[in-house]
Design a protein around this ligand. Structure first.
Ligand code: ATP
Ligand code: MG
Length: 398
C-alpha cells in the first residue's frame, strides 16, 4: 500500500532515479536506514536504493552522472545525484559465512524480499517505492512503532554470520532509544566471541556512534549484561556511575570517549584507545579530557590552569570533573568565558626580554613559569613593566 507520508518525504531526485530504473524495465526501492529514518520522521543522512538491475547496467543507466564504482564487486554503485551520493545496490543474497565477518560470496537476485532477508534488523529490512508501496516481510513497521531492535530470522545464526551485527544492535538501540528484543539479546550474548574476529576499526566506529548518541546508558548496560563490553575495552570496566552520567557530557567524540575512560589509569586508557585504533587526534582529545577530569576547578584561576593543561579540551574536561563531583558547577562556564592569560604565549614578556635583563640558560624557563603562575592567579599582573620587575625580584631572591 502506498503511503503519502513516506512518499512526500523522499526527495524528487531520488524518485527520478527510481523512475529511470522503471523506464528501463528494472525495479528499484528506497531501503535500509534512509527508509527507517523517514518512517521515524527524521531526516536521513543519505539515501540507499536497491535495484533489480545488475551493477554494470546501473552504471550504464546513469552514465550522464558521476558514477563511482568502488563497491561494484558487492553490487554497489554510487551515483552523485543533485550533489549528494546515492548508493545503489543490486538485490543481493549473501552466501554462507565461514569467518564471522564476510560472506564467502554474494549472488544477485531479482526479488526484493530475498535482499531484505540478508539485512540485519527488521527495522532496517523494509523497502518502499511508489509502485509497490511498503515491502515489509519481517514486521519492521511494527517494531519501529514499538521501539524494538529485532534480528531478521534466527538471531544466533545472524550474529554468527557477522558479529559486527552485535555491535550494531547496541548502537541502534542507543541511537534510536529502542529496546533489544529478548531473543536477539540472548543471541548476541551467545555469539559475542565472534566480536574477536571483527576488525577493530569497525567495532570502534560503532562504539563511537553508540557513546555519542543521546542516551547511551541503557545500551551500555545491556552490553555489559551480554558480556560484550570486554571486547571493546578489555580489562577496563567503568562503573555504572559512568554509564548513568555519560549522556550529560558534550556530544563530541573526544569528550564522550574521555569520560567513558575516566576511571582508567592513563596507561590503561591509552591502551584501550590504541587497541581500537582511534586516530591520534581523537586519542589526544580523549587523554586530555581524562587528565583534566581529575583536576578540581573551584575558581576562575583553577579554570585557567585547566586551560593551560588541556587547551581546546578544557571545557569537556571541566564538564567531566563536575560530573565526577570534583569541581564546582560553574567550572565549564569559567573555562568558556575566560579571556585571561593561560599560557606562556599570553604573557606580556618573552624569554628574550628576560635574557636582556640578565636571565640565562635554564633560568629563563623557570622564571617564565613562575611569572605565568602569578598571572594565572592574578591576570592584572600581565603587564610588561610589572613582569620585568617581578622577574628581577625572583632573580635577586635566588
Ligand atoms: P546509519 O543511519 O548509521 O547509516 P543504516 O541502517 O543506514 O544506519 P548502514 O551501515 O548505512 O546502516 O547500512 C545500510 C543498510 O544495510 C542497513 O540498514 C541494513 O539494512 C544493511 N546492513 C548494513 N550492515 C549490515 C550487516 N552487517 N548485516 C546485515 N545488513 C546490514
Ligand atoms: Mg546508512
Amino acid at each position: 500500500m502506498r503511503d503519502i507520508h513516506i512518499e512526500n518525504n523522499i526527495p524528487a531526485h531520488i524518485w527520478d532515479v527510481c523512475h529511470r530504473f522503471y523506464s528501463a524495465g528494472e525495479d528499484a526501492y528506497i531501503v535500509g536506514g534512509s527508509l527507517r529514518d523517514i518512517m521515524l520522521g527524521r531526516a536521513p543522512s543519505d539515501f540507499d536504493l536497491a535495484t533489480s538491475a545488475l551493477p554494470q547496467r546501473t552504471a550504464e543507466l546513469f552514465s550522464d552522472m558521476r558514477v563511482i564504482e568502488t563497491g561494484i564487486k558487492h553490487g554497489t554503485v554510487t551515483v552523485i545525484v543533485g550533489g549528494a551520493p546515492v548508493e545503489i545496490t543490486t538485490f543481493r543474497i549473501d552466501g554462507s559465512y565461514t569467518d564471522s565477518r564476510h560472506p564467502d560470496g554474494v549472488s544477485f537476485t531479482g526479488r526484493i524480499e530475498e535482499d531484505l532477508a540478508r539485512r540485519d534488523f527488521t527495522v532496517n529490512a523494509m523497502a518502499y517505492n511508489d509502485r509497490s508501496g511498503l515491502v515489509d516481510p519481517f514486521g519492521g513497521r511494527d517494531d519501529l512503532r514499538d521501539g524494538i531492535i529485532r534480528a531478521v530470522g534466527d538471531s544466533r545464526r545472524r550474529f554468527s554470520e557477522d558479529a559486527l551485527r552485535i555491535m550494531r544492535a547496541f548502537r541502534f538501540s542507543a541511537q534510536l532509544g529502542f529496546e533489544i528484543d529478548y531473543g536477539t539479546l540472548s543471541g548476541a550474548k551467545e555469539q559475542r566471541e565472534g566480536l574477536a574476529n571483527i576488525a577493530r576499526e569497525r567495532i570502534a566506529v560503532e562504539f563511537l556512534k553508540l557513546i555519542t548518541s543521546k542516551e547511551p546508558e541503557a545500551a551500555l548496560t545491556l552490553m555489559t549484561k551480554a558480556e560484550a563490553l570486554t571486547y571493546i575495552t578489555g580489562e577496563y570496566r567503568p562503573s555504572e556511575r559512568i554509564f548513568s552520567l555519560i549522556s550529560k557530557m558534550p556530544c563530541d567524540e573526544g569528550a564522550r570517549l574521555g569520560f567513558f575512560l575516566s576511571e582508567a589509569s592513563e596507561d590503561a586508557a591509552r591502551s584501550v584507545l590504541r587497541g581500537l585504533k582511534y586516530s591520534n587526534a581523537l586519542t589526544t582529545a580523549a587523554l586530555a579530557v581524562i587528565r583534566g577530569s581529575r583536576r578540581a576547578v573551584e575558581s576562575p584561576a583553577d579554570a585557567r590552569k585547566l586551560i593551560g593543561e588541556c587547551g581546546a579540551y578544557a571545557r569537556s574536561a571541566a564538564c567531566a570533573s563536575v560530573l565526577l563531583g570534583l569541581s564546582c558547577a560553574d567550572a565549564p562556564l569559567w573555562v568558556e568565558k575566560n579571556t585571561a592569560p593561560t599560557s606562556l604565549r599570553d604573557l606580556c614578556v618573552t624569554g628574550k626580554d628576560l635574557m636582556e635583563i640578565g636571565v640565562t640558560g635554564k633560568e629563563v624557563g623557570r622564571v617564565l613559569g613562575a611569572l605565568l603562575a602569578a598571572v594565572i592567579e592574578e591576570p592584572r599582573l600581565n603587564e610588561r613593566e610589572m613582569l620585568i620587575k617581578m622577574a628581577e625580584d625572583i632573580l635577586n631572591k635566588a
